[in-house]
Design a protein around this ligand. Sequence first.
Ligand SMILES: Nc1ncnc2c1ncn2[C@@H]1O[C@H](COP(=O)(O)OP(=O)(O)OP(=O)(O)O)[C@@H](O)[C@H]1O
Ligand SMILES: [Mg+2]
Length: 239
Amino acid sequence: MIRLEGVGKAFDGQPVLRDISFTVPAGGTLGLIGAGGAGKSLVLKILCGLVRPDAGRVWLDDTELGPLSERELMDVRGRIGMIFQNYALFDYLTVAENIGFPLARMQRPADAIAARVQTRLDQVHLPDIGPRYPRELSGGMKKRVCLARATVHDPPIMLCDDPTAGLDPVTTNRIFRLLKDLQAQNDATAIIVSHETGYLRPICDAIALLDRGRLVFAGPTAEAVEHPEVRAFMEGEPP
Ligand SMILES: Nc1ncnc2c1ncn2[C@@H]1O[C@H](COP(=O)(O)OP(=O)(O)OP(=O)(O)O)[C@@H](O)[C@H]1O
Ligand SMILES: [Mg+2]
């Protein structure tokens, strides 16, 4: 379960998130949408403890993040698979080392790591790039490596920030299906941030729309598509 209650955040006195509350039940998938700068990435950073909110409370399953120390937050992050919007791959590690990183940190045996890394590389249709470095990859290839790394340890919580930005339609479709498969396989609780609302809708049980730091709507997908502002956003109409 992922739960926010009254979350607020300001930078230099400028509020960028105000009174955000929503819950993603265990095993659910929420699509988080909104215009550039609405605060989507910030919500995910707060959920993985990289940014502490000024107001409100956050829970991942039974764990409330607010009272945790940095050390305890690190342990919580082990339960999260995060795809960062800006890749955040380690330049000095090979693709295989990047993908295996969460497992290496858990001190899993090298052969088990290698096998799992190869499974994920095959699943993202990049079977041969393990020895290469991130700088040698296209943007779309990097996104797929990020997906492989974020899910290599079968995390019960998945936070995906724009996982298909810059990808062609065929790869976008594949990535969304793969995300859904991995989420279902682990019965993970997921939030997916995306501008690709057409692909997002069928794989989400719920949709949340942010507008300049405020939550306009959060609820079941069937209701979201009937909500005038959500519908206007999805159809690309100006406000
Ligand atoms: N560390 C920070 N310091 C100052 N301002 C920040 C910081 N992080 C985010 N912001 C501000 O918070 C607002 C929301 O940013 P955020 O990155 O969450 O937007 P977003 O919805 O993810 O946009 P996009 O669709 O372009 O990725 C922006 O105005 C941004 O400038
Ligand atoms: Mg963002």
